[in-house]
Design a protein around this ligand. Sequence first.
Ligand code: SAM
Ligand code: SF4
Length: 461
Amino acid sequence: MIDLINKAKTEHSLNKDELIELLSCQDGEQIFKAADEVRQKYVGAEVHLRALIEFSNICRCNCAYCGLRCKNRDIERYRMSAEQIVETALKAADFGYKTIVLQSGEDVFFTADYLAEIIREIKKNDVAVTLSIGERSFEEYKILKDAGADRFLLRIETTDRKLYEKYHPGADFENRIRCLEDLKQLGFETGTGCLVGLPGQTIESLADDILFFKELDADMVGIGPLIVHPHTPLNGQQNGSLDLALRVMALTRLLMPDINIPATTAMETLNPAGRILALQSGANVVMPNLTDDDARAKYEIYPNKAGVNYTELSEKLRSIGRTISHKKGYRGNTDCPLTLNPSPAGRGKHTNTARYLRKNMTPQELKFWNLVRNSQFENTKFKRQYPIGKYIVDFVAIQKMLVIELDGGGHNTPEQQKYDEERTKYLKSRGFKILRFWNNDIDNNIDGVFETISIALRERD
Ligand code: SAM
Ligand code: SF4
């Protein structure tokens, strides 16, 4: 077990069997300690506070575990006005919060255009805006992104498709994935996560969840133990286990060292020390609730939701050697080795350029892509036109930190050579190996190209 933890700590990679072993071992303490050390090394001692505004508890969905589900008649519904939302956000900004999280049920009253107006108003202050409003179309997400929204939280909840379908009647698992991919593509800092303790959920599927977060390259991952709500079909079932939720979270930190991970309210609700335990096991974010008392009481996804007392929190943080951040806390603001993208602003621009490039591939790039897509070459996942820092690389196998560049004649000019040298230096400083091939090689010697890549992949194992 210690060997596995050390591997995760240094290589930030575990396979499914290894994850299962660590999720089911006797004592999680060593995992928590390792995740705490990785958190300190990659994202530091700062804790980012995100001000949460729960602006509507009206929801068109019927998730079997959630008190806001449309079929729960035993709940008083509310919807804040745009003015109330903006006013609460401005209060939070005045108080010093650098991120405002707007969360709601899937309430279609709030069209993308209407939400865009609210976002624009809030963004007049120096804050980041995170949305957590559920599934929408690509076009709607784009309107929200164009209005200035920075981040989006959409948990996959579980990657076990059968379980997903069981607990989300009428919902489409594929659409959930599509939403997450759209959000990434649009340049949102994208958050996902899962519920731990759904009846029928297995350790195997939790291991898949962690691998899914990594595969998506999520920027934030929120893990919550299930808390049973009596007015849902899960009434009478057991709550999720805090220890298991902490393990899923800690292993996520080990595999994704530079992301943002919240100490979730559900953890604190299950155990009054849950938040601090989470912050000592890999978490670096807390989301204090700024919704007014009346609305907050009605936003009952589960009973007895824990709150955050600011003074108490800052004292507790000090006692464990942590500080409150006064930055917006984007992924990658720290100068850590695995940070691929410097900021969401840069990332957004890059992502648009990357998207354009993806649509306008050269014949050689297309030929290469068709041979590596869907992990068909040596079971390795390649991404194309992928932003790394201020550069966009042609192809990358992130797990192996291997970049592949295809060069045409344009790369012969002295200016281009100088640019390529700088770019190579930067990528190497980030730990990537770079292989360059001429278009001619792709046209006439594709076997040789793949042999070279195969050797490099083995070297990176
Ligand atoms: N409607 C949006 C969505 O589903 O993405 C955002 C709001 S929803 C209330 C936020 C999260 O609450 C969900 O992702 C879900 O994991 C969590 N949640 C709902 N019911 C819960 C429960 N009974 N126990 C723990 N977490 C729960
Ligand atoms: Fe609605 Fe979100 Fe609750 Fe599902 S989890 S019922 S989408 S508020």
